[in-house]
Every structure is written in structure tokens, then in C-alpha cells.
Design a protein around this ligand. Structure first.
Ligand code: 6PG
Length: 257
């Protein structure tokens, strides 16, 4: 795995850089194999990315060759305010010209087990047809407890080795979700973490600092077998990081501030 960290000024800079990476990855994937597969996340941090893709860059991405999947979904109907599909639909999908069959949403309105099984089948169909079990890009967020997608600390989902998608009950949220598993994520060609805000400073230090704590957190287990991870972190979220140590490790790609 290759790893790089970009320290950027604010959430806007993180959104813009993510959009530029999204565009670059889509160009490379379409040029090499004619299609671009991306799994997107919920939460608030990537919403600005989706807005930029749906406005400034709406004519710059080959949407007809882009296949959109989700890293996770809350078990609610697609029109629900908590739906990750709805977040992406409102900011992006409703504003671009993309064939309906390119949108592979997780059916949050089904029972978590049924929704996960159906998504697993959808993923397998796509992977078998495309001849590769890897997403070209996965956009991930980071929770203050170290969760990513809907892989929470101490969840049984963390030990899943076979399936690509599983149902998970999140005790502290008292709700069911469906999530991609560690093997599905670690098969990806590239992973992009987007992290902003001072509330994330401690967990960012835990995962990227030199204390060796990363394995304690689901986000720290993301390590693509033959791909790369890029962290886009704003000034506030990186305020606890030892920047010199990252430089020594050779993983600091740039400091935009
Ligand atoms: C979700 C996510 C989740 C999210 C983090 C960060 O469905 O909520 O996929 O993993 O990315 O909780 O959320 P924020 O961006 O809102 O901080």
C-alpha cells in the first residue's frame, strides 16, 4: 500500500482537492478500461465534493462511463433525510446526466440482511462483468471513534473475510446499517479519506500519529492490498498531528496551508 497525507486549509480546499482527484481517477480508469467505478460515503464531510462534481465539474466527468456504489447505507428508505443515497442524489445525481443503470444504491428500505445480500449480488454481478473485484476509487469519512463506512470499533463486521457487504447493528446509534467490509475496501485501487473539523483532531492523531495505535480503529485497518490511500485533512483536523514526523515517514504529500 502507498499512503499519502495532504494537509489543506479548510473544508472547501478538501472538497476541491477531492474533486480534482475524482476527476483524475475517472480519466485514468476510463482511458485504461472504459469504465470508472467509485464507492461514495455518507456523512456531512463529502457533501461539498458532491456539490462541486454536480456543478463546476458536471460536464468534465464521463458520467455515462461512471458506476456509482455506496460504501455504506443507513436502513431507511431512499427519500429519508438520513439516507446516504439521498445525500448524494440531492447534491450530485439530480444534477448530472447519468444512466440509471450506473447507480448501484444499497436498498436501505429492505431488512438489513436482505439489503446486504442484494447489494452483495449487485457487487458480484458488476465485478464479474468488469473482470475486476476492485473499485477504482472509494471515498471515506472518519468518525471521532475511528469508524469508517459503517465499520465501528468492536463490530463483528470487522472480522468478515468472505462477504463484500454485511448488515451491522450500531449499538450507540440504536440502528441498523449496511456496510462494505474490510476485504471489499482493501481490494480497491485507491481510497480517499476526507476529514475536517477540530472534533476529528484527536482521532486523526491516533491513526496517523507515530503512537502505533492505528490498528485499534476500523479506519486504521484500511490498507488496500495493491492500491493507495490518500488522506485529505484540513487545518483543524490536523491540529494535533506531528507534521515533522509525517515528513520523516515520507508520506506528507503537501501542506496547502
Ligand atoms: C455514514 C458514513 C460514515 C461517515 C463518518 C463521518 O454513513 O455516516 O459513511 O462513516 O463518513 O461518520 O461523518 P461526517 O462526515 O458527518 O463527520
Amino acid at each position: 500500500m502507498t499512503s499519502e497525507v495532504c494537509l489543506l486549509n479548510d473544508p472547501e480546499a478538501v472538497g476541491l482537492r477531492a474533486a480534482s482527484i475524482f476527476r483524475g481517477r475517472s480519466e485514468i480508469a476510463v482511458a485504461s478500461k472504459g469504465r470508472f467505478s467509485v464507492a461514495v460515503s455518507g456523512g456531512s464531510t463529502p457533501l461539498r465534493l458532491y456539490e462541486i462534481l454536480g456543478s463546476t465539474l458536471r460536464n468534465d466527468i464521463p458520467w455515462d462511463r461512471t458506476e456509482i456504489f455506496w460504501a455504506d447505507e443507513r436502513c431507511v428508505p431512499p427519500g429519508h433525510e438520513d439516507s446516504n443515497y439521498k445525500g448524494v442524489y440531492d447534491a450530485l445525481l439530480s444534477r448530472i446526466d447519468i444512466p440509471a443503470e450506473n447507480i448501484h444504491r444499497i436498498k436501505g428500505e429492505m431488512s438489513s440482511e436482505e439489503g446486504a445480500s442484494e447489494y452483495e449480488e449487485e457487487l458480484k454481478r458488476y465485478f464479474v462483468n468488469s473482470g475486476s473485484y476492485a473499485f477504482d476509487l472509494v471515498i471515506l469519512g472518519l468518525g471521532v471513534d475511528g469508524h469508517t463506512a459503517s465499520l465501528f470499533p468492536e463490530s463483528t463486521a470487522l472480522s468478515e473475510k468472505e462477504r463484500f457487504a454485511v448488515p451491522v447493528y450500531v449499538e450507540k446509534l440504536r440502528s441498523w446499517r449496511i456496510t462494505l467490509t474490510i476485504p471489499a475496501l482493501n481490494n480497491s485501487s485507491s481510497i480517499l479519506f476526507m476529514v475536517t473539523g477540530v472534533k476529528k483532531a484527536v482521532i486523526v492523531k491516533e491513526i496517523l500519529g507515530d503512537g502505533g495505535n492505528r490498528q485499534k480503529y476500523p479506519a486504521g485497518l484500511i490498507s488496500p492490498v495493491s492500491g493507495g490511500v490518500t488522506w485529505l485533512i484540513d487545518r483543524e483536523a490536523s491540529s494535533e498531528l506531528d507534521v515533522a514526523a509525517l515528513e520523516d515517514l515520507g508520506i506528507l504529500k503537501d501542506t496547502g496551508y
